[in-house]
Design a protein around this ligand. Structure first.
Ligand SMILES: CC(C)(COP(=O)(O)OP(=O)(O)OC[C@H]1O[C@@H](n2cnc3c(N)ncnc32)[C@H](O)[C@@H]1OP(=O)(O)O)[C@@H](O)C(=O)NCCC(=O)NCCS
Length: 231
């Protein structure tokens, strides 16, 4: 009798990296009314472009998966706190996460709850920000580093923590200090939404000058494929 080998499920995830698109009618036409309102509410052109790109990217890729036109994809982004359309966008039957920073707009698509975060690491990592986000052990790991290395290490931590918080759908309502990391692994969490036994965390490659991480709420192994996106 042959050996019975159990082959478990592997979760597959695609991460797409785009650059902010120009404001063009063909892109704007993909926004529904609440999204158009959010677009208009941003004062800075670059914020508008980042928001627009996240939506165009998500609608184009999710539409292609379903065999429907991008404009026919409609997200529910109702905020669980206030009811305004600025919450985590959702679409039945798929799990995805959007993140933007500087010249990067990312989209992760998969089948389990996911959080993606990208951060430009060219900003200064102020002491107050470090003290706000990192616990004592994590802060100790940054001591003695030069300014550039410190910023890079800090934004790596920050992106990992934010990816975890985004995976829960609660975002920054989970205190950053309540999460303890051991490299790219969740070591401990004071919040019930994040169980280290059922969480998968990984660093990504968004390119020079950026740090990014992705978190999944699952006990299964995950394979991640990163791709550039050109429209
Ligand atoms: C989500 C959050 C972590 C964003 O962080 P950020 O570094 O500024 O931005 P990022 O680019 O990484 O992520 C923003 C994207 O996350 C998604 N998002 C929004 N709310 C989210 C949430 N609660 N959980 C997970 N993802 C969320 C959206 O897709 C958003 O981009 P979009 O609106 O352009 O589609 C932060 O805004 C947050 O915690 N929000 C929820 C709590 C809150 O502020 N509530 C008060 C509103 S009443």
């Amino acid at each position: 009798m042959g050996r019975n080998r159990y082959v478990g499920r592997v979760i597959e995830c695609e991460v797409w990296w785009a650059r902010p698109l120009p404001v063009e009618t063909r892109h704007l036409d993909l926004l529904d009314e609440p999204e158009r309102g959010r677009f208009e509410a941003y004062r800075r052109e670059i914020d508008r472009r980042r928001f627009l790109t996240g939506r165009v990217l998500a609608k184009t890729l999710l539409g292609a998966r379903r065999g429907v036109a991008p404009g026919d994809i409609r997200f529910d982004a109702t905020c669980e706190d206030c009811g305004k359309p600025h919450g985590k966008p959702k679409l039945p039957g798929v799990e995805f996460s959007i993140s933007h920073s500087g010249e990067r707009v990312g989209l992760a698509v998969t089948t389990v709850p996911v959080g993606l975060d990208v951060e430009a690491d060219t900003r200064r990592a102020e002491d107050s920000l470090i003290e706000y986000a990192l616990n004592e052990t994590e802060q100790a790991a940054l001591r003695g580093l030069g300014a550039d290395e410190r910023a890079s290490a800090f934004f790596q931590y920050w992106s990992r923590k934010e990816a975890l918080m985004k995976a829960t759908g609660r975002g920054l309502k989970i205190p950053l200090q309540s999460i303890t990391l051991d490299g790219a692994r969740l070591a401990a969490s004071a919040d019930a939404a994040l169980n280290p036994e059922a969480t998968h965390l990984a660093d990504l490659n968004p390119g020079e000058g950026y740090r990014a991480a992705i978190a999944f709420l699952t006990t299964e192994p995950v394979t991640i494929t990163e791709k550039p996106w050109e429209i």
